[in-house]
Every structure is written in structure tokens, then in C-alpha cells.
Design a protein around this ligand. Sequence first.
Ligand SMILES: [Fe+2]
Length: 429
Amino acid sequence: MAVRGLLLAFTSALAFAGAFDFVLSYDRPPARKSLFVRLSEDVDSTSPQQVHISLVGEDKMRISWITEDPTPATVNYGTSPGKYGFSASGSTSSYQYVMYQSGEIHDVVIGPLKPQTIYYYRCGSDSAPEFSFKTPPPQLPIRFAIAGDLGQTEWTSSTLEHISQSNYDVLLLPGDLSYADTNQPVWDSFGRLVQPLASQRPWMVTQGNHEIEKIPIIHSDTFTSYNGRWHMPFEDSGSDSNLYYSFDVAGVHVIMLGSYTDFGSSSAQYGWLKADLKKVDRKKTPWVVVLIHAPWYNSNTAHQGERESIDMKASMEDLLYGARVDVIFAGHVHAYERFTRVYKGQANNCGPVHITIGDGGNHEGLATKFLDPQPNISVFREASFGHGELEVVNATHAQWTWHRNDDDELVASDTVWLRNLTSDPACEV
Ligand SMILES: [Fe+2]
């Protein structure tokens, strides 16, 4: 055990020296206590744990869960508690990471499902506990909860508590989930921490730098744990990688991009994004929303000058501007910041609104220093933990609200109405 602990410390140090060195490059105030969620005593080796769900196509849901020992990858489900008229089977996988062997990771797609309906489900064996989820509405309005850089601290708990009160339909996460940073049991803890929410509503995520988990010589693959545990519906959007994909929900087309995979104009991601944007039917999905991890616009002193911000923006901003993307959400910077509509560094009425929402609550604390003076394109900025809510009301209007975790009270601190870009004749393409 001691040898294993030493090895983990060594590999973590290597990883920080490589992929994550910039994370430690400025001072952050002390954060709240870190959490590690242990397996509860009533969970045996074949009980489902770390249950989370994600959208697949317009009327299906992926159910993901982990067991310590092998069990059938089967989900029984129905619309009344304890009555399961439907059953579906899927697949089981696992991964190895240095000396860590993951549990059995089960992946079952169920459906077709009715919209805006509560389903009750049971994973694996007949004695497993019952979970339930609600499917999203078939059309607008829809409510998204958005939080990046979650991690696992008492601040994360506060953020999750507030999100759970928001009556959201779908959660969007712009990267940096568990902050395991190569210490794999921390991924298991994260799965347990988010299960109460992530088993009830679809959690749609993209990855950040903390998901890379590459260790020179020792573990050369990237995103091993993320890809193993958070299978997103990339196959359904013609993507060849779990690191970038898109989906439609109600009247919104959501695009998840990968800031830490190739994004140059000859890359597979770029080619896929271009084709995906071309396919968007704004009559069916009037709103187009994009998530990245490293923000393209940022007036915090943290994470300035990184290639994932500068080069990705240089490569892809024209595509997103030309397609009249409405909003771009990012994480990475542990603070909140909202920009006006921008393009190539200037205010532009036909550009996307950029919002940094990397303030979910992780152990690194807040990024408290902002550049002075505040650029005129930066409308609102504040270093507090919190989450955002995007209520897309109809084809032309949506309301964005940022909620600060102020002394554990939920406070709506910044709010703005957004007008859909395709409803503005001046922005006709
Ligand atoms: Fe990050």
C-alpha cells in the first residue's frame, strides 16, 4: 500500500510537471475542504454505483454505472415505480491505469422514451435500488444548468445543492470534472458525489485539462478515465471521437468541443465542426450553443496566453461566427465572466456571447485577479463560486442567470436576456 501511495504521489507530481503546470502559476485563496465520497456500507460488490445518464439522439438515454464485480449490463425501466415494462441490454468495459484497475463500467442505451416524462429504472440485478429520471421537453422552453471545473469540495456540494433546486432539464459541463489528476479512486469518489443529480437528469459534459491524465513514459494515452467513464453520444453526431460531439434537445443544438485535442484547420475536429454547423436547421433548432474548456475571451489574470485559448480561437472563431452561434460557454478560469457579443476581439452584434463559468467549486480555489482596466467587451466579472442557468424560453428569447454561492445562499447575481441571432435581420447570413 505504501509503495502504491508513493507511486501515485510520484505519478501525480510528473503529471503536474507536464500537463498541468500552468494550473499552479498564480495564487488562489484557500478553498473549502476537499471531499472524498466513500462507498456506503449498503452497497455490495454488485450494487450499482456512480450512476449517471446522458442523452442519445432525440428520444433515448444512456445509463452508465459501475459495479465492483461483474453483473449483467441490463436496465429495466418503466413509467411507474417498481413496474418495469421495458428492458434493454448494453455492454461492459473497464480500464487499467498504472496500478489501478477500474470496476465494471456498464453502458446501456434505453428508449425510445416519451418526452418530459419520469422514468423509473433499475440497473443490473433484481435486488438493485430504483432510480428515476425525467426526460427533457420535446420543444421550447427548456432549462439548462451550467457549471464548469466542479471538482469535489464543500463548495462543490454547495453548487450541486443549488443546481438541484433549479428544476433544470439538462446539465452542461464545460470541462474539469473530478480533479482526480491521475489518482483514479478520486474518479470513483466524483461518480458517487454527483450520482444524486446525474442519475436524475442528463449530464452532458466535455473535457478539460484535468481529464488529460497523461504521464510521460508511464501512461502515454490521454483521457483514459474520462473516455472510460463519461461516454457521450459522439457516434450519433458523426464524430469519430468522444472528445467532440453535438446533440439536439428541444429547440437547441449544443456543440461540445475539445480544447485539448487537435483543433487546427486540417484536424478531424475542425472538419467535423464545419460539417456539423452546415447541417444545423435553425427552424428546428433556432438556438446554437457551444461549450469549450479554455475560454477564448478572458480578462482574468489566470490562464492568459495559453494555446488552447489563442490558437483554438484563431482556428475556429470564423466558423462559429459565420454560423451565428448564440452563446459560447467556457470553464478553466475559476471565476465568472460575461462578455458582450464579440468577434475578433471587438463588440459585434452578430457574434456569440462568451461566458466563463469555471466557478463550480474545485480545490484550487478562485482566480481572484482581473486585468485592470476591465476591457469594454467584458460586461460582468466576479471571482465567486456558483453556477449558471440558461432558460431558452422560445425561438427568439432566452434568459441567462448566474447564481453565486454567497454564504451558501443562492443569489441571482447577473442576469441578461439574449435575443436569438437568427431572429435579427441585421445578422442574416
Ligand atoms: Fe481547466
